[in-house]
Design a protein around this ligand. Structure first.
Ligand code: COA
Length: 322
């Protein structure tokens, strides 16, 4: 079965925060942030919700594919920053775009969320249950960031990316994936969302902001991702040299550079946009995918590795014949 990416779309939040803007309220510098992360600026919400950004990205992906929302059978939104507990983002997007026939649900695997959503979609398409899907990664992380913490406040941004895919009959699969989780290390990157509060029990009021052990997250990403990609390629008898592009979760330029180095592959095969948009968690990969497709870097016929990693800890990689 071939999971064909028919269209891509993305939407960044309207506000722009440069590193110099951050220095107005945080003890940091443009030089420090660029050197340690590669990030120059990031977009933050001026009131747009996760569902707003997801809807815009979805509409652009459908337009790119020349597809009709009425024909969509499955919508999955990957996110860890929805404003509303209920209804889920995917149902909001379904309503906003008029995809009345679709089943819609969310998936949260943090920065690996879009990858896991695409893996889930592939499995549905391969089973024959659905013939097409809209897969979205969307975040407004700025609301869960502690803007007084210079260890995290410099990293994240808000945006959404979407792909519209269709199943095409073909003997060989064009998509293969590996996905893993390591819950025992969950505390290195966490965010308490809601406190327990009922007539019998009240938990202590928590901070409800992202807390991170940056060094540990760095070690985890650089330690696991090269091996994960190598394992994926080896299981599927694919030579590293056959890969045209590696589209990685845009956490940090230093992480991506270290992964490329460990894989022994030149940075020209690792396009980045983290410089301009920061780390947008589950939106990171689909926004990069959209940019690469629109710029002509990503072309039909190429073999492309996608890889995500983040809170959970969750991680994985997939390879697609684009
Ligand atoms: N500006 C200036 N100085 C800063 C700073 C900032 N924004 N953040 C930390 N520092 C200071 C620290 O206080 C420390 O000072 P000290 O030596 O006087 O104590 C020094 O810089 C080194 O801090 P440290 O936390 O060891 O820096 P680091 O080299 O580990 O870089 C990160 C911090 C967050 C950039 C880095 O750990 C990282 O990129 N981790 C991965 C994070 C990530 O990608 N998370 C998302 C994954 S999905």
């Amino acid at each position: 079965m071939k999971m064909e990416i028919m269209g891509t779309g993305s939407e960044l939040a309207k506000g722009l925060l440069t590193n110099d803007d951050l220095t107005q309220f945080m003890e940091t510098s443009d030089e420090w942030i660029r050197e340690r992360t590669g990030i120059e600026k990031r977009h933050v919400s001026l009131g747009e919700s996760v569902a707003d950004l997801a809807t815009e990205a979805a509409l652009k992906a459908l337009e790119d594919a020349k597809a009709d929302a009425k024909d969509i059978e499955l919508i999955i939104v990957a996110s860890c920053s929805a404003e509303d507990a209920l209804p889920c983002l995917a149902c909001q997007v379904q309503s906003n775009i008029g995809a009345d026939k679709a089943v819609a649900f969310d998936l949260n695997a943090a920065c690996a969320g879009f990858l896991f959503a695409l893996n889930t979609t592939f499995t549905y398409l391969k089973s024959g249950i659905y013939k097409n899907a809209l897969v979205i990664g969307a975040e407004v992380l700025s609301k869960i960031i502690d803007w007084t913490d210079r260890g995290t406040g410099i990293l994240f941004g808000d945006g959404a990316g979407a792909v519209y895919v269709e199943a095409k009959m073909q003997d060989e699969d064009n998509y293969r994936f590996l996905q893993r989780a390591c819950g025992a290390k969950g505390s290195v990157l966490s965010c308490v969302n809601r406190d327990i509060n009922n007539p019998l029990y009240k938990s202590e009021v928590s901070k409800k902001k992202v807390v991170m052990d940056g060094k540990e997250v760095f070690r985890f990403a650089v330690g696991t991702i090269p091996a994960c990609i190598e394992e994926l390629l080896s299981i599927n008898n694919i030579d590293k040299e056959e890969i045209d592009l590696f589209l990685l979760h845009q956490a940090n330029k230093r992480i991506i550079t270290s992964i490329a180095k460990k894989l022994g592959t030149g940075m020209e095969k690792f396009p980045t946009n983290v410089e301009k948009v920061g780390n947008m968690s589950s939106a990171s990969i689909p926004v990069l995918l959209d940019e690469c497709k629109k710029s002509g870097l990503l072309k039909k016929g190429q073999k492309v590795v996608l890889s995500g990693f983040g809170a959970g800890l969750t991680y994985g990689a997939s390879v697609i014949d684009f």
